[in-house]
Design a protein around this ligand. Structure first.
Ligand SMILES: Cc1cc2nc3c(=O)[nH]c(=O)nc-3n(C[C@H](O)[C@H](O)[C@H](O)COP(=O)(O)OP(=O)(O)OC[C@H]3O[C@@H](n4cnc5c(N)ncnc54)[C@H](O)[C@@H]3O)c2cc1C
Length: 606
């Protein structure tokens, strides 16, 4: 018989980033009992790393902004594949969620007259990102934790969920292990909110931390939920490229928002060379106008460095491929140049971008107030994830909700910077509210003891196999998968390569079945890596198969063999689902038509 601890809650929230915390706060405020589980320590979630800001049409800096412009920017950025209902709710509710955060104690940077300061970011028509220097996520997590902890939410830190339990068609609990002691826990719950973040660790070069192995995506998929849009992985244009040990670490878009420019090794601002038709009217056609925009000139249009991330990343790849890159395989990002325009520029840069200043000084010995940075694309965010109802955030499995990066729909084919933090608050709140409602309307369900035994046996199998010669090492498989995904399912994709990736994933899955580990269950990173493999392999397969299915280029999904957009795919989601035969099924499904009032907004905003 498996030994395990048991915990019972009305709602179990898995993940303590912005989405999980906001969901837990809302559910707890509704009067139900809430347990919150996270893989690392509270406060270490991905959200804490967020730099540039949170997007909301507060209109404190430019009074022309409103929810309609934000909605239209989000839809255009997502190439109209977004769940329009989610984009609408997000644009309408984000300002209230930010004001609420302020009421709970968050201190955003201020305008001279004491209002919330907002900065420019790619794809946003007006300055829209409320921020705290370039450490916005820290302020957000601190505020949510302070607020949540006083509400009596029970937190289980360093506790990793391995499997969701079902009673018939609905979820009823989760099976997990504690990182420190290796002990098993079973959580019984009337409803579950998944808020486990992204999948960046499926790739070699990434801005994501070790935790982002696609656990929530994989848990939901194996529990029978639909995933959508998995082909859309965001490669942020600016990650560090040098030295090798820091490759992939994010360089915030805030640098470009504050006037930073991209140049190739000939000193040319190459972003002016390719401005997409969809954005031509909104984009500056000369350097002077671009500079004026970053300094708040309401009549100027945004510089091409602030086009959407998918486009900027591809332009950088083009420069590197055609031999115009920087010495270490990137391009130059220069904020130091603003001293030609701004008195006291060095101090200004340090004040506006303190983390970037320290990051480059300490990790690369570069003073960004004096020299350009070298940057290149890095795997950053996944638009694809668990399919949810736009209003309630419930997945296609009863009682299973999802919010934040592991959920999908709002961002369509490409997320605009700043729209994730607001997504976490808007839909975290909604998930918590509706999960509480579900828990109140449905009684308890039973966790099957046999299922728990099976899950425990599966989790302990790597120890059974030991670390003998016939076994495989977990790190080796993880590394091979990351290199393969980078190579074959990266920024520029082709049919043959993605098909090869699917084969390689199947081989790696076979090898993962022979993974063995030594040692004991107390804090054993080799064992933890072995347990993450199932999730990494599942999300990688979903990305590659969905990428094969979408035979066109749109948003973050660029196919060299199908470089144009195809009209028959312009309103279609690629749905990933586990078949009765346990194999991954891929299906195209039409996105419902937008109501007339939303279409009219999109048309009007151009
Ligand atoms: C460097 C960086 C800068 C960014 N800057 C911005 C920005 O300025 N603006 C913006 O809008 N977005 C930004 N983003 C994106 C944004 O930060 C993330 O998309 C967002 O924070 C994700 O939040 P989340 O709540 O969905 O998940 P996360 O904050 O990623 O939290 C996930 C939680 O789930 C837990 N978890 C995962 N798996 C399990 C499991 N199996 N069992 C138990 N717990 C589990 C983790 O421990 C963690 O607590 C940035 C991202 C990065 C990497």
């Amino acid at each position: 018989m498996t030994q395990f601890e048991t915990h019972e809650y009305d709602i179990l929230v898995i993940g303590a980033g912005g989405a999980g915390l906001r969901a837990a706060i809302e559910a707890s405020a509704a009067g139900v009992s809430v347990g919150l589980v996270c893989k690392s320590l509270l406060g270490k979630a991905h959200t804490v790393m967020a730099e540039g800001g949170i997007a909301a049409s507060l209109a404190t800096v430019d009074d022309r902004d409103n929810w309609k412009v934000h909605f239209s920017d989000t839809m255009r950025g997502g190439q109209y594949l977004n769940n329009w209902r989610m984009a609408e709710l997000h644009a309408k509710e984000a300002p209230d969620r930010v004001r609420e955060l302020e009421a709970w104690g968050a201190l955003f940077d201020r305008t001279k007259d004491g209002r919330t300061l907002q900065r420019n970011f790619g794809g946003h028509k007006y300055p829209r990102l409320a921020h705290v220097g370039d450490r916005t996520g820290l302020e957000m997590i601190r505020t949510l934790q302070d607020h949540g902890i006083t509400q009596g939410i029970e937190v289980h830190m360093e506790c990793t969920v391995l499997e969701l339990m079902k009673d018939g068609q609905r979820v009823c609990g989760a099976f997990a292990y504690e990182r420190e002691r290796g002990r098993f826990c079973v959580f019984g719950a009337k409803a579950i909110v998944l808020a486990t973040g992204g999948i960046g660790r499926a790739y070699k070069i990434t801005s994501n931390s070790w935790e982002y192995s696609g656990d929530g995506h994989s848990l939901a998929y194996h529990a029978g939920a639909d995933l959508i849009d998995m082909e859309f992985v965001q490669f942020h244009p600016t990650g560090m490229v040098w030295p090798p040990s820091v490759r992939g670490i994010l360089v915030t878009e805030g640098v470009r928002g504050e006037g930073g420019v991209l140049r190739n090794n000939q000193g040319r601002r190459f972003m002016f060379d390719d401005i997409p038709e969809l954005y031509r009217k909104q984009t500056a056609d000369n350097e002077e106008e671009g500079w004026r925009y970053t300094q708040g000139d309401r009549d100027a249009r945004r510089p091409p460095e602030l086009l959407t991330r998918d486009h900027v990343a591809r332009c950088i790849v083009r420069e590197i491929k055609e031999g115009r890159g920087s010495p270490h395989g990137g391009v130059f990002l220069d904020i130091a140049w603003i001293k030609e325009r701004l008195p006291g520029a060095a101090e200004h840069i340090k004040r506006k971008l303190p983390s970037m200043y320290h990051q480059f000084k300490q990790l690369a010995d570069i003073d960004i107030t004096e020299e350009p940075m070298e940057v290149g694309p890095t795997t950053h965010y996944v638009m694809g994830g668990i399919r949810v109802n736009g209003d309630t955030q419930m997945s296609t499995v009863a009682g299973l909700f999802a919010a934040g990066e592991c959920a999908s729909g709002i961002h369509g084919a490409n997320r605009l910077g700043g729209n994730s933090l607001s997504d976490l608050l808007v839909f975290g709140k909604r998930a918590g509210e509706h999960a509480a409602e579900f828990a109140r309307e449905h009684g308890s369900a039973n966790v099957d003891a046999g299922r728990v035994d099976d899950a425990a046996k599966k989790a302990l199998a790597p120890f059974e196999r030991g670390s003998g010669q016939e076994t495989e090492g977990p790190y080796k498989i993880q590394e091979e998968l990351q290199e393969m995904m980078q190579e074959l399912v990266g920024i520029v994709r082709r049919e043959t390569e993605m098909a090869q990736a699917v084969d390689r994933i199947s081989q790696l899955r076979g090898r993962a079945g022979r993974v063995g580990v030594g040692g004991n269950r107390e804090y054993n990173p080799g064992w933890h890596t072995a347990l993450d493999l199932e999730n990494l392999l599942t999300v990688s397969e979903a990305i590659a198969r969905a990428g094969l299915e979408r035979r066109e280029s749109r948003g973050a999904h660029y196919r060299e063999d199908h470089p144009a957009k195809e009209s028959n795919l312009s309103a279609v989601n690629v749905v990933v689902r586990k078949g009765d035969d346990q194999a991954m099924q891929i299906k195209q499904e039409a996105i419902p038509d937008m109501p007339d009032e939303l279409s009219a907004i999109v048309k009007k905003m151009g």
